[in-house]
Write a protein that binds this ligand. Structure first.
Ligand code: ZN
Length: 348
């Protein structure tokens, strides 16, 4: 059966799931994130793992976390939405549960899952863009996750697209995620409702009469009903998204982009304008093959499933001989031997 446990740690919720070697979720738990306390967060993760281990025999744990993870897959260097600063999460959770643990950026884990088990199966050069509150991304090159020198590659959400533009949570101005994310969609809708309330009747109605009451899912709801103001918001944000994809294509030349994250629930409302913006902005577009832009298939579970699959490969729980290990450049040999021995002991 070859089970591993995947964890998805976000700013408000922690999901823990048992995943089989085919990427199927066997069982999933949900907990609240005690975001202010790194120690309690590690404890909640550990307790959820122990609960799952009481019912399933799993061999390793992969944690996908919304933050910058070091290149050894052990420490969360910095998490914008959590209190983690230089947090040795791998060590804390390993001591708690007695299984080998690896930590990966959540969008990298989602990129891995979509490439191997989801929308980009069969592609070797994939860029995953998670459009949620902000933008998370993961890059797969030649079938391997690209992490960069310090494990921090794949953060195009903070690539500056507008000099001196909107202020970003990272402290800079004009970052891509301020124009092509769920926050951007809400900002466009609220601004439009304030400027032209007569043309934003439906949006204001969904926002209980106030521009500031309009939320992302409500913009999607209004757009699905065909509301012109909401469709215009998707047009603007989708175009920004597509233009950013064209810039990424100029740098990385992928064969497939996968668009996931909460805003991708809007489907063609987002993908349509993104494809148009991409085609317009792609350098030499008429004279070159163009990357596919696809909707993610694994939904909100992508990060959890990807983390579980990376853990399986990282700790050599290989489902067949010759299975490619995307982690092999990362773990020092001594440690891998130790983990393997630990896993064998559990199986014995
Ligand atoms: Zn930024």
């Amino acid at each position: 059966m070859n089970l591993t446990i995947g964890i998805d740690v976000g700013g408000t919720k922690i999901f823990a799931g048992v995943v089989d070697s085919g990427g199927r979720m066997v069982e999933k738990l949900k907990r609240s994130t005690p975001a202010a306390s790194p120690e309690q967060t590690a404890r909640v993760i550990g307790d959820a793992i122990l609960e799952l281990l009481g019912r399933h025999k799993a061999g390793a744990v992969g944690i996908g976390a919304a933050g910058f993870v070091d290149s050894a897959g052990s420490t969360i260097v910095f998490a914008p939405n959590l209190a983690w600063r230089e947090e040795p999460l791998k060590k804390q959770v390993e001591e708690h549960v007695g299984l080998p643990v690896m930590v990966e950026n959540d969008a990298n884990a989602a990129a891995w899952a979509e490439t191997n088990l989801g929308a980009a199966r069969g592609y070797q050069h994939v860029v995953f863009i998670g459009v949620g509150t902000g933008i998370g991304a993961g890059i797969v090159i030649n079938g391997q996750l690209y992490r960069g020198r310090w494990g921090m590659a794949g953060e195009p959400g903070h690539y500056r697209v507008v000099p001196e533009g909107r202020l970003c949570g990272c402290g800079n101005r004009g970052c891509w995620e301020q124009y092509a994310s769920g926050n951007a969609l809400v900002a466009e809708a609220r601004e439009f409702a304030r400027r032209s309330p007569g043309a934003a009747v439906r949006l204001l109605q969904l926002g209980r009469g106030a521009a500031d009451g309009i939320s992302g899912p409500e913009v999607t709801e209004a757009a699905r009903e065909g509301d012109a103001a909401a469709l215009r918001c998707f047009e603007i944000v989708g175009r920004w998204l597509g233009q950013g994809l064209a810039a990424l294509a100029a740098m990385l030349d992928p064969d497939c982009f996968v668009i996931g994250g909460g805003v991708s629930d809007a489907g063609d409302l987002l993908i349509g304008p993104a494809q148009a913006g991409f085609a317009d902005a792609l350098t030499g577009g008429r004279y070159r093959p163009q990357a596919e832009i696809r909707l993610a298939e694994l939904g909100a579970d992508a990060g959890l499933i990807g983390a579980a699959d990376l853990a399986r490969r990282s700790f050599d729980l290989r489902p067949w001989p010759g299975w490619a290990d995307p982690w092999r450049l990362r773990a020092p040999p001594r440690r891998r031997v130790r983990h393997r021995a630990k896993v064998r002991r559990r199986d014995a």
